[in-house]
Design a protein around this ligand. Structure first.
Ligand SMILES: Nc1nc2c(c(=O)[nH]1)N[C@H]1C(S)=C(S)[C@@H](COP(=O)(O)OP(=O)(O)OC[C@H]3O[C@@H](n4cnc5c(=O)[nH]c(N)nc54)[C@H](O)[C@@H]3O)O[C@H]1N2
Ligand SMILES: Nc1nc2c(c(=O)[nH]1)N[C@H]1C(S)=C(S)[C@@H](COP(=O)(O)OP(=O)(O)OC[C@H]3O[C@@H](n4cnc5c(=O)[nH]c(N)nc54)[C@H](O)[C@@H]3O)O[C@H]1N2
Ligand SMILES: [Mo]
Length: 800
């Protein structure tokens, strides 16, 4: 999130697109409702399903799964053609005025630079997406935004095709519905209004998910809604600490603090890694972050002379190591063993029957979990023959969150310490204890038996004992925070990090949260600071970076340092200094005209990116493509689906349905219910939650029910190219057919929380979902695929 939960009280218009906060982030509704009470804020919901958030919205508009870019592109077109964008913000704080390479083109669904492989897969050479520069290397700009090659004009041209009629036809809504949202949401494109876009899995779980997010961000830039109280691009993060875990490099493409992952080909040495440092913007400090990270990991062994042990860092081999690729490799027998550490992919993974089979190709599987999950018990799943499975499974009982201490970072980047409340039961241990024991044993084996490359393990700096043989979460926290190597003083800001080995820091963006070992900021509980009116609560917990609550907050004031909206003064220049309610992301003692030049400090350009010359594999601006499985032809361009999408078209996982296949005429989508958590491992083992929502079910519209001759409770069989499941139907007007380019189709929706372990069992939705992923993040396309459905005979729940 660029903003934070409490800040929602400052919003004028909310657009909820691809998330269901009333169901999945219920506490956010408290702040949404506060804005509605306090300032008459309006709530718009754009979603295929009339969900629980829609039920309390001012305006609900249905949208066919997978068509968000058409919709958001239509809103951009509306803002641009009706003068509803925030001109001063766009001209000064974004790259709208930058000129793009004269050879840039968009034709037949492809951006210039496309190289089409034999399998039809496209990769792009991005040379023509770049900015024009003068002889000195400065960006060429047209501050009047009139040059046909400037970003502003290119956007206007590109999205002029996204007319209200085209949007309505593509997304399956009426022109009136589209215009109603356009009118209301673009009313925030002025200095004194704040619009907030919230999104989550309805936007990201798509073969063009990253471009969906880009479209959200671009619309917010056009409306001047980034960096201001009540505005923002607000990703409702999922698991309670998923923000923290991505910050700490849970994803394979990053090192902690979003430092780029090291690759064997491009970064064989530290010098080569540092040579890729951006030449402008705050990321120019990257060499200090990586040197301090290496110092934290290899301590006294890491010296300037040996490049801080850079050679010990694993380097990826240029292949994709995300979830789907790992399972495909496993299916080919290329993996020996696997740790499932707090993950239950035998329910949550796409095309899950195939993924369960792939687990059977492992020699060993370690599951660290609170329960014996479907993953731990994959060998007794439906269709499995234990006699044919060689995998040895080790189940390590884990302590739950309240049975250990540590931190959680929420969606608003706010990190808070939690104390241990009770002892874990039986043999259960906390994850840190398990990691510590495992590491020490591995190190001992390397020390006694040797190995291919023992140094990275033997020389690792591992100094966490709390004195009783147990690792201390506080000591880990202190290392993440960073400290001076010589005298072990906690660092209060990443501004103090050095690239000479004098500082160690496990995650630069967290520098400051745990500087004071006895009384760290993440434990702080000061509710209100004097003089604050906007709910920034700077004394409550700590948020990265440097306790800043709203990112890019220089954008909340104009060139003269005056707030766009005097009612929401996050900052105000009083002639000598800024009066502040947040931690500025600019030098507050400089005159405002200086910081106005670089309001987006993390960007190499210093301004917001309406155009992405690099960083995206599938285009500098978003374009509508159909989901990989779709009943309809793409009418906006000549490419059916994102030509850069990750498709497991070959091999075991490649069962896909071609467009408009009459055997699979319906759109299928999956989502959550408030009573269950994810794969259900935690909630289907609790009697009271299970009683509230005991059984898997399939939601269909009354019109589809009539066609199938099905009433609520009758069993239906849903089939896709991957598999089928049987569950009772729930006939409900929450689901409704969509009319697209004159043809109507139905949407079949279902929750994905069930499996065959625990107290409340039922079919897993993921037996239906495809191994198809976004071009940039490889997230699976769980939200839009093709199915058929028929009456199955019988009624009531199907357990198992
Ligand atoms: N109670 C509960 N809370 C949870 C979770 C849980 O399992 N249970 N899970 C947590 C996790 S890890 C996550 S990631 C979040 C997820 O939070 P959400 O993203 O809110 O979760 P979903 O219910 O999967 O999807 C949200 C909405 O997207 C809609 N949708 C489907 N396809 C599309 C589309 O193409 N476009 C648009 N605009 N909308 C679409 C669905 O109809 C649904 O209403 O929730 C977190 N919170
Ligand atoms: N069809 C479909 N599939 C989806 C999605 C969708 O929308 N549709 N959403 C996807 C999303 S967004 C997500 S995040 C994934 C989630 O997929 P998973 O992460 O696999 O699902 P969870 O059920 O959250 O699994 C967490 C496991 O950790 C265990 N656990 C809890 N606390 C601890 C602890 O402290 N230590 C240890 N060691 N274990 C613990 C729980 O018991 C549980 O088994 O699923 C994805 N799958
Ligand atoms: Mo998630």
């Amino acid at each position: 999130m660029t903003n934070h939960w409490v800040d929602y009280q400052n919003t004028d218009v909310f657009m909820v697109i691809g998330t269901n906060p009333a169901e999945n982030h219920p506490i956010s509704m408290r702040w949404i409702n506060k804005a509605r009470e306090k300032r008459g804020a309006k709530l718009i919901v754009v979603d295929p399903k009339f969900n629980r958030t829609a039920a309390v919205a001012d305006l609900y508009v249905p949208l066919r799964p997978g068509t968000d870019i058409a919709f958001l592109g239509g809103l951009m077109n509306y803002a641009l053609t009706h003068g509803r964008y925030f001109h001063e913000y766009v001209a000064k704080y974004t790259n709208a005025s930058f000129l793009i390479h004269p050879d840039f083109k968009f034709e037949d669904g492809l951006f210039s630079g496309a190289k089409v492989g034999e399998d039809g897969q496209v990769t792009y050479d991005t040379a023509t997406w770049q900015y024009q520069r003068d002889e000195e290397g400065n960006y060429k700009k047209d501050p009047t935004l009139q040059d046909p090659q400037c970003v502003f004009q290119l956007l206007k041209k590109h999205y002029s095709r996204y007319t209200p009629e085209m949007v309505a036809e593509t997304c399956g809504m009426t022109v009136e519905q589209f215009l109603e949202v356009a009118e209301l949401f673009t009313s925030t494109g002025r200095p004194d209004k704040a619009g907030n876009i919230m999104y989550a899995m309805g936007i990201t779980q798509s073969s063009h998910g990253s471009q969906n997010v880009r479209a959200v961000a671009m619309l917010q830039l056009l409306l001047g809604n980034i960096g201001i109280p009540g505005g923002g691009v607000n990703a409702h993060r999922g698991e309670s600490n998923v923000q923290g875990s991505t910050d700490m490099a849970l994803l394979w493409g990053n090192l902690p603090g979003y430092l780029p992952m090291t690759t064997a080909a491009a970064h064989p040495t530290l010098a080569a890694y540092n040579a890729t440092t951006p030449k402008s913007g705050y990321w120019t400090n990257r060499p200090k972050f990586i040197a301090s990270l290496l110092k934290a990991w290899w301590g006294e062994h890491a010296t300037p002379e040996n490049d801080f042990c850079y050679e010990y860092l694993p380097k990826v081999d240029g292949r994709d190591h995300s979830h789907m690729s790992i399972f495909e490799a496993m299916g080919r027998g290329e993996l020996k063993g696997l740790f499932a550490w707090g993950q239950n992919f035998a329910v949550g993974g796409p095309n899950v029957s195939k993924e369960r089979s792939a687990l059977g190709k492992l020699e060993w599987l370690v599951v660290a979990d609170l329960f014996e999950t479907e993953t731990a018990a994959f060998w007794k799943g439906p269709g499995m023959n234990p006699a044919e499975i060689q995998t040895e499974v080790f189940l390590l009982p884990a302590a739950a969150s309240y049975e250990k201490c540590g931190t959680i970072t929420n969606s608003g980047r706010l990190i808070q310490w939690r104390d241990k409340a009770v002892e874990p039961p039986g043999d259960a241990h906390d994850d840190l204890w398990m990691a510590d024991r495992l590491f020490k044993k591995i190190r001992e084996l390397y020390a006694t038996e040797g190995g291919a490359f023992p140094d990275p393990i033997l020389k690792l700096h591992w100094d966490y004992d709390d004195g009783s043989g147990h690792p201390s979460a506080e000591k880990v926290a202190f290392e993440i925070n960073g400290y001076t190597w010589d005298d072990k003083q906690g660092l209060t800001t990443f501004g103090n990090l050095k690239d000479d080995g004098s500082t160690a820091c496990g995650c630069w963006i967290y520098s400051g949260y745990f500087a004071d070992f006895e009384n760290p900021k993440c434990r702080s509980r000061v509710k209100d600071e004097p003089g604050t009116t906007l709910g920034t609560h700077l004394g409550w917990g700590w948020s990265w970076p440097v306790n800043r609550r709203i990112l890019y907050n220089r954008c909340s004031v104009d060139e003269n340092g005056q707030p766009w909206d005097p009612e929401r003064p996050l900052f105000r220049w009083d002639g000598e200094k800024f009066v502040a309610q947040d931690v500025p992301d600019f030098v507050a003692t400089n005159p405002p005209a200086v910081s106005a030049q670089n309001p987006f400090i993390m960007m190499a350009e210093g301004v917001g990116g309406l155009w992405a010359p690099s960083g995206m594999k599938d285009g500098p601006i978003p374009e509508h493509y159909e989901p990989v499985e779709s009943p309809f032809a793409n009418k906006l361009n000549k490419r059916q689906f994102n030509p850069v999408a990750i498709i497991s078209g070959k091999g075991e996982f490649g069962q896909l349905t071609p467009p408009a296949d009459p055997n699979f005429p319906y759109i299928c989508t999956t989502y959550r219910v408030t009573e269950h958590w994810q794969s259900g491992a935690m909630t289907r083992s609790l009697p009271w939650l299970g009683e509230m929502m005991p059984d898997m079910f399939v939601e269909i519209s009354p019109s589809l029910a009539a066609k199938l001759g099905v009433s609520t409770g009758d069993r239906v069989e849903v089939t896709t190219a991957r598999g089928s499941l049987v569950a009772p139907a729930m006939v409900t007007p929450r689901m409704r057919p969509v009319k697209v380019h004159g043809r109507e189709t139905e949407i079949v929706g279902m929750p994905w929380h069930w499996g065959y372990m625990g107290m409340f069992t039922g079919a897993s939705a993921n037996v239906l979902t495809p191994h198809v992923g976004d071009a940039n993040t490889q997230i699976p396309e769980y939200k839009a695929f093709l199915c058929n459905i028929r009456k199955a005979g019988g009624s009531g729940p199907v357990r198992g």
